[in-house]
Ligand binder design. Sequence first.
Ligand SMILES: Nc1ncnc2c1ncn2[C@@H]1O[C@H](COP(=O)(O)OP(=O)(O)O)[C@@H](O)[C@H]1O
Ligand SMILES: [Mg+2]
Length: 270
Amino acid sequence: MDSPAGTAQSIIELDGVRKCFGRQVVLDDVTIAFPQNATTAIIGPSGAGKSVLLKHLVGLLYADEGRVSVFGTDMASASTRQLYGIRRRFGMLFQDGALFDSLTVGENVAFPLEHHMPQLSEEERWVKVAEKLGWVGLPGFEKRSISSLSGGQRKRVGLARAIIMEPEVVLFDEPNSGLDPLTSDSIDQLILDMKDRLGITFIIISHDIIGTIKVADYIGMLYEGRLVEYAPTKNFIQSHIPVVRSFLRRNIFGPRDSLNQRKQQAPEQS
Ligand SMILES: Nc1ncnc2c1ncn2[C@@H]1O[C@H](COP(=O)(O)OP(=O)(O)O)[C@@H](O)[C@H]1O
Ligand SMILES: [Mg+2]
């Protein structure tokens, strides 16, 4: 299947995916290919099926119809061992995947290493943790408690934890949710840095169109479970599809996320 990049290699593909919960159709004939080493964003209103789509990529949910292929493996027939191997290649920041409040920042970031790389010595583990905390702009934060962090800092810790295994793909559900506009900008910048530095393929779910336009190479829009548009960012923002146009209008010029608000508002400590 072609990605909108034409020849860019896609590593994750959904083909005609349908997902229902009871009688509710949440994904309806979704076909999309995510290109490697690019950032793809899926946008759309709340309840459109964005998080549900993301969960199909790592076998947290399975399609009722259609096919999900990840690194060439059909998820429907993947063995437990294959699934484990696939998940190791992903870093995940889910919307509801909170940090553990009872652990320090360093322990939170180290958590995946303890499970996936138990052969590492404690010292090797802490070296990796320190490196990743540096990358996300929180050097020396190992001993801090989660409760002492701002919203933006928590997102950074989540990102450090997601990249600790040096994944090929990072899934990031709502990078900007709950953040003020300037803190959102700093997280967006971090995503750009990570992509350049590590060549990570990012798949981002968002309803924040301004941040999305800045970080994404490709944008797809889900609306009532259907992928109504999917294109390189510069083409996406010129889409003639009415629901895309009205979504863009509402979210760029609407009261909640206006560009002016983003420029004027003071940053949260992040
Ligand atoms: N595990 C689940 N069981 C039943 N319904 C679900 C489940 N997960 C999501 N849904 C429903 O699917 C729809 C899409 O949800 P979601 O993908 O979370 O939306 P969003 O686009 O805001 O991320 C919503 O109506 C939600 O209530
Ligand atoms: Mg969601």
